[in-house]
Design a protein around this ligand. Structure first.
Ligand code: SAM
Length: 240
């Protein structure tokens, strides 16, 4: 890892008002090492260059700060976290939050458990399974102040997978790239059925790039009817 790339990452973070301690910088470097090492044996990421991982995975995950302050003792869940995005970078930079990671692929869950152990992250729980199934369990349903998700499904589907986890008064934030407005219009009905208020959108470009990013914030005002989410697979096949 070049010193120059680390400096660039720190500069990008400072434009978000985030500064890291030495321990946190080391955790990001170790996370990168684990990601690229395990990526030789399983499919975790198409991006492996350090500078690009910093920009498109780490910085992108931390862009949540433009819409929400996670630097508090909140309960947060990341649905379809894959190799840990956006959940793990948020936990490294904002260690006060309690994090739950959920993914339906066992091998990614094995990787995530290794990351949690190696980085000595506290208050992180990793679950293997479908979002549709876990949301039925009282233990996780409507338990979270914040639910986040990136690159998992279109917004209508994603709302059905995510909003059931959010407490009344909590928020769901979907990380989207372009065409976020169209998705917001299409998802209006789903959001209302599931107990959310209309989505608000924060748009920006990642520093020193032309990558368009949109954070869609949905505040939950009512309980999600018990019948949602529907059985695994239905929210994708027949979005609300
Ligand atoms: N969020 C990560 C990111 O931005 O890099 C991973 C995105 S990857 C394209 C989508 C992930 O969602 C996969 O790891 C997949 O296993 C998981 N996934 C898809 N549908 C799911 C479901 N219904 N419940 C739980 N995980 C799901």
């Amino acid at each position: 890892m070049e010193e120059k790339s680390i400096k660039q990452f720190e500069k990008d973070l400072s434009s978000f008002g985030i500064s890291l301690t030495k321990k946190q910088t080391d955790q990001f470097i170790r996370y990168y090492e684990l990601l690229t090492d395990w990526n030789t044996r399983m499919n975790l990421t198409a991006i492996t260059d350090f500078e690009k991982v910093c920009k498109k995975h780490f910085l992108d995950s931390l862009s949540i700060i433009k819409a929400y302050n996670p630097n508090r003792e909140i309960a947060m869940i990341d649905i379809g976290t894959g190799a840990g995005f956006p959940g793990i970078p948020i936990k490294i930079a904002f260690p006060k939050c309690r994090l739950t990671l959920l993914d339906s692929l066992q091998k990614r869950v094995t990787f995530l458990n290794e990351v949690v152990k190696e980085l000595q992250l506290e208050d992180v729980t990793v679950f293997h399974g479908r979002a549709e199934d876990y949301a039925k369990e009282g233990q996780l349903r409507e338990q979270y102040d914040l639910c986040v998700s990136r690159a998992v499904a279109n917004l209508s589907t994603l709302c059905e997978l995510c909003i059931p986890y959010v407490k009344i008064g909590g928020d769901f934030i979907a990380y989207k790239s372009e065409k976020a407005n169209e998705e917001m219009i299409q998802a209006k009905r789903a959001i209302s059925i599931l107990g959310g208020l209309d989505a608000a959108c924060v748009s920006f470009r990642l520093p020193e790039t032309d990558y368009e990013r949109n954070l869609l914030i949905i505040h939950k005002e009512k309980q999600t009817p018990e019948k949602y989410p529907r059985k695994a697979g239905i929210p994708v096949k027949k979005p609300l």
